[in-house]
Design a protein around this ligand. Sequence first.
Ligand code: PXP
Length: 264
Amino acid sequence: MSETTSLNQPLGKLRLGVNIDHVATIRNARGGAHPDPIHAARVAEAAGADGITAHLREDRRHITDPDIDALMASLTVPLNFEMAATDEMQAIALRHKPHAVCIVPEKREERTTEGGLEVAREENKLAHFIAPLADAGCRVSIFIAADRRQIEAAHRIGAPVIELHTGAYCDAHHEGRIEDRDTELEKLRDMSAFGHSLGLEVHAGHGLTFDTVTPVAQFPEVMELNIGHFLVGEAIFSGLDSAIRRMRETMDRARRDAFGEGVA
Ligand code: PXP
């Protein structure tokens, strides 16, 4: 049962951040320059992306330092720079000063970002870590599970934005675990409202597809979705431009169905 009432109108237009990491994954499988993630970012911009997201991992398995240089030099929409809370990444972010940084947990052995950041356990360290990034003008966001303790901790450390991890919801959906899916969705709904009630801007992402995006897009407090792997996979069948346009339309339709015409 929710303790925080959800809004009955969205806070604003729902932004789409397109994550281009896996264009770089395909490029790196062979070495060389093709497919070029910077080209993908340009296609995403033209297809309606409100921002580009890229995760520079410690092992540089997909996005590389020159990719970040090139994105900073050429993007016309904001860059959301995903990074682990390490000194190396902090120095890179402070050098580039991207529009946004999203702090994510990172383990070398994982295939993708498996869970949210443990903010509650590392509050002091993270508060000190994000302060210079915020001072440099970056919008700091913290990638966390839809968990009240983590949201409260993100608020206490002074992060203006949280991104809620939608992976558990998407996995349950695609594995046909309907009860788990509904439980995860309910958590995401409640915790979006809770985050907003604390004054945080709420984003969401990880694992979203055409089949799973609609209910998340209908949370009125959610301002931005970051979506990557599915779009890059779908691009194999329909092209990147078409995949992004269809995602954008699905998000807009979701908002209109929930809140009426004239609302996106
Ligand atoms: N948001 C964050 C913080 C992420 O780490 C990722 C994956 O890099 C995404 C969104 C996008 O997830 P996916 O590639 O599964 O759409």
